[in-house]
Ligand binder design. Structure first.
Ligand SMILES: Cc1cc2nc3c(=O)[nH]c(=O)nc-3n(C[C@H](O)[C@H](O)[C@H](O)COP(=O)(O)OP(=O)(O)OC[C@H]3O[C@@H](n4cnc5c(N)ncnc54)[C@H](O)[C@@H]3O)c2cc1C
Length: 463
């Protein structure tokens, strides 16, 4: 018997661990929920519910291959290792297959699982399914990992071929009922948060939904990606991030589909974004300190961050008095997702204009994002706070009002998420001043003064 342990790879198509197990013979699929760990990692209820709904779809897809999905619950990662060992013994497994996850806790957990499995005499194999190129193999001429995106992406493009698709194999001989294991529970009883019905419409589960989205995006919108991707009121980006983060679609399928779309600059620009995703996964792998709440540029950990609860609350609630920031923060709360341009604007506003510790913002995003992903979120926050891998210097500070005028020129996005400003014209909506309605706040910070404050903080930092 061959066991596949599913985590953030909730699909059957082009799944390297699943295909490797199927090549060896009969397969049992295993999923272990770890609610205490979810809490420690600040996983958002909307994301956990997305996992639950995708697991239900995965169970159906696996049953068509006559592969049973066994679910179990442990409080945390150490508990999940005990469950794996129980499953391998009870099922007399020959092999265990898992797709690598790259944050440090997950890497440590998987090392322990692999050695525990091998001690039991089980062949244990880890597959690099989440990324295009295995970490450790994209290095500069001195054999070092890259610290900056552009040379990393150039090297990747030289190394990357059109990726192969995992082979399609036949089903198990019969859908048996595997013997019960430690911690086993029905899928619906794994400690999920209470679901909200609107989440299902916003983020439909399953591989079919993900593939249709990818096909649609690569059939036409990708051609205009370069021109449209920065405008939050336009459907200019793929919105595939929740499915990619949960592994409901494979990164190789995305790369392949974009390459085969042959529609000019758009797909190449989109593939560059897929490489940003890749880059941040390589960063957390090569630089473990970023997994420990530390700045990538550790000398910047001594910056005099502010810890003002009132300013933070106004930012979280979308009540800063800066319309584009407020619209973006409300989009996050209402939908579990935020446009990339707005993630940069809101993150820079928090870390530069408010000079609040970027880790507060990073945590808030994780607690609310349906696509919350440690590497992309940490990378995006550190890029915005200038503590990370950004090649540009710290004095790049977006002015949120200028950004708003440029990327939401008509104010359509603001009007949608901040309805109290909907009567304002396209000029005043970005910076209403005295034209603001009574219920909308005045700006909580002066943009000019706060920019100077941030510049001084970076300049005077004793490093
Ligand atoms: C402060 C901050 C926090 C972020 N947090 C996350 C997060 O938790 N999870 C997440 O998936 N992305 C995160 N991003 C990156 C990016 O904002 C989202 O991936 C993107 O908005 C998702 O929308 P999309 O699927 O339409 O992207 P598209 O523009 O269609 O891009 C395709 C895919 O490429 C990847 N991608 C695109 N841009 C980036 C990027 N800058 N960094 C890494 N991957 C990228 C995503 O997987 C995305 O789905 C963050 C960015 C910032 C600035």
């Amino acid at each position: 018997m061959n066991v596949v342990w599913f985590r953030t790879d909730l699909r059957i198509e082009d799944n390297l661990a699943l295909e490797a197990a199927r090549q060896r013979g009969e397969v049992i699929a295993l999923y272990i929920a770890t609610p205490d760990q979810w809490q420690t990692h600040n996983d958002a209820p909307i994301k956990l519910d997305f996992w639950r709904r995708n697991l239900l779809e995965l169970e159906k897809a696996l049953s068509r291959l006559k592969i049973p999905l066994v679910c179990a619950q442990a409080p945390d990662y150490p508990g999940s290792i005990e469950i794996i060992c129980s499953a391998l013994s009870v099922w007399q497994a020959d092999s265990l297959h898992l797709n690598a996850e790259y944050p440090l806790n997950e890497v440590r957990r998987d090392h322990q699982v692999l050695s525990a499995a091998r001690e039991l005499g089980v062949e244990a194999v880890i597959h690099h399914d989440q990324i295009l190129i295995e970490p450790g193999s994209v290095l500069n001429n001195s054999g070092e990992p890259f610290k900056v995106f552009t040379p990393f992406s150039k090297k990747c493009r030289v190394m990357l071929q059109l990726p192969d698709r995992a082979e399609k194999l036949g089903p198990n001989s019969s859908l048996g009922v595997p013997e019960a294991i430690k911690g086993q529970k029905p899928l619906e009883e794994l400690g999920w948060p209470a679901p909200e019905s609107r989440w299902t419409d916003l983020w439909p589960a399953g591989e079919k939904a993900a593939r249709e989205k990818l096909k649609h995006f690569c059939s036409q919108p990708v051609a205009g990606y370069k021109q449209n991707r920065d405008f939050p009121a336009l459907p200019g980006t793929s919105t595939l991030s929740p499915w990619l983060t949960s592994g409901v679609i494979s990164i190789r399928d995305c790369w392949r589909e974009a390459t085969l779309s042959h529609s000019g600059e758009g797909p190449e620009t989109w593939k560059n974004e897929l490489l940003w995703r890749e880059f941040y996964k390589h960063i957390i792998f090569h630089y473990p300190h970023v997994n420990m709440n530390k700045a990538f540029r550790q000398e910047l950990d001594s910056l005099p961050w502010r810890y003002d609860e009132n300013d933070f609350k106004a930012w979280c609630e979308g009540k800063t008095g800066i319309p584009i920031v407020d619209a973006a923060m409300r989009q996050l709360k209402e939908t579990g997702w935020m446009h990339n341009r707005l993630r940069m604007i809101t993150a820079m506003f928090l870390s530069k204009n408010l000079l609040l510790d970027w880790r507060w913002g990073e945590k808030w995003f994780m607690e609310h994002l349906v696509d919350g992903d440690f590497s992309a979120n940490n990378g995006g926050w550190q890029w915005s706070a200038s503590t990370g891998t950004d090649a540009a210097p710290y004095f790049r500070i977006f002015n949120p009002i200028t950004q708003s005028q440029r990327f939401d020129a008509q104010g359509d996005f603001i009007r949608y998420f901040v309805p109290e400003l909907s009567e304002l014209d396209e000029k005043s909506i970005h910076d209403p001043g005295m034209l603001k309605p009574a219920e909308y706040p005045l700006p909580i910070v002066d943009l000019k003064m706060s920019r100077q404050r941030a510049l001084a903080a970076f300049k005077n930092n004793k490093f």
